[in-house]
Design a protein around this ligand. Structure first.
Ligand SMILES: [Zn+2]
Length: 363
């Protein structure tokens, strides 16, 4: 397992990440399969559109179906019938979103399930063990994520615990031949704390590093300037992963900051709500203007939805509450980001990144 940087063009990077279940060419968008399924999309859809890796969530899988079922199935890949790489989030973000239903201490975090109120406990050690046992390609260290805006003491505390927990995750990490462990940096919008967080994690020499704690309530401009700053604090020879970002504009700006990997529920959530993403902006398919529009959803897209169906038909499916509506729009939206990253990669390799970026960031 390795990461090889093939080309750079300014801060933008094209690399190859070789994992136990296959190769991920970066920059790469990772569709989110929270509960071991990318909502409304079957694995064959994801393969067809060229998705190289999917994300699943430790928090959700821990609660349902639980470790025993996934182990009995022969691991997460077999359970969800997905043979390509999988990354699991550590559950830190989900647990900290529970707020009133969790209690944090230096050893770990105790929380109550959003499903049935049952009590569970995450520690750095058991979260790494869970991810290794289900057999994912990339496991994430347990971090302490805070909602922004946050005061300095809260941010400082989250950086301190995130570092301590990352050290314990690194100690607990055993299955090094099949599961890579990535660290997560925190620090909110505070440059000093972001630098401190990176400087404390880099000596652990983990195979990759993520920028966590962004897109959690701050303004878009603040996300953008902090992603640039935070990406530059991470080691250039290792993959960089920006968590929770997934609009066309944000992903392009992140690639332009030197980030290699992204994930977000945005494209599938938009798909279920009737919003279609395009490189030129978004359209609401339920809009009355589309009821007699027999042109493709996105004339610039070559996905099987855009080459098969019309806006009028998709608009009708949404108005009629048909299941196919969410499937087709989710397919198109995920395809837009997968294709965008494929094109971004070739532009970086051709040293035409600036032209490519400028043709897009007009949104
Ligand atoms: Zn399309």
């Amino acid at each position: 397992m390795s990461f090889h940087l093939e080309a750079t063009d300014g801060p933008a990077r094209a690399g190859t990440l070789t994992l136990a279940h296959g190769v991920v060419q970066t920059p790469a968008f990772m569709p989110v399969g929270t509960a071991a399924t990318v909502k409304a999309l079957a694995p064959r859809d994801l393969i067809e559109m060229g998705a190289q890796i999917v994300l699943a969530n430790t928090y959700h899988l821990w609660l349902r179906p639980g470790l025993e079922t996934i182990v009995a199935a022969g691991g997460l890949h077999k359970f969800m019938a997905w043979e390509r790489p999988i990354l699991t989030d550590s559950g830190g973000f989900q647990v900290f979103s529970l707020e009133s239903r969790r209690e944090l201490d230096d050893d770990g975090v105790t929380f109550r399930s959003h499903l049935d109120g049952s009590t569970h406990r995450f520690t750095p050690e058991n979260v790494v063990a869970f991810q290794e046992t289900v057999g994912v390609d990339i496991a994430m260290a347990l971090d302490v994520c805070v909602r922004l805006p946050a005061d300095e003491a809260t941010l400082r505390d989250s950086v301190r615990r995130t570092t301590e927990w990352a050290k314990r995750c690194a100690e607990a990490w055993k299955a090094r031949d099949k599961t890579l462990l990535f660290g997560i940096t925190q620090g909110g919008l505070d440059q000093t704390l972001r630098t401190q967080s990176a400087n404390e994690l880099i000596p652990l020499d983990l195979p990759g590093y993520a920028i966590g704690g962004l897109s959690v309530g701050e303004s878009r401009d603040a996300t953008e300037s902090m992603m640039r700053f935070a990406a530059a604090t991470l080691p250039p020879q290792k993959p960089r992963y920006l968590m929770g970002v997934g609009t066309v504009r944000d992903v392009i700006l992140a690639v332009d900051s030197g980030v290699d990997m992204f994930d977000c529920v945005y494209p599938t959530r938009c798909g279920r709500n009737g919003r279609a993403m395009t490189r030129k902006g978004e359209l609401h398919i339920k809009n009355a203007a589309f009821t007699r529009d027999f042109s493709p959803l996105d004339p610039d897209c070559d996905c099987q939805v855009c080459t098969t169906y019309t806006r009028a038909y998709l608009s009708h499916l949404f108005r009629a509450g048909e299941m196919l509506a969410a499937q087709l729009l989710s397919y198109h939206n995920v395809y837009v980001l997968v294709r965008l990253m494929r094109d971004a990669r070739s532009a970086i390799i051709r040293h035409e990144w600036d032209q490519f970026k400028d043709s897009l960031v007009t949104l």
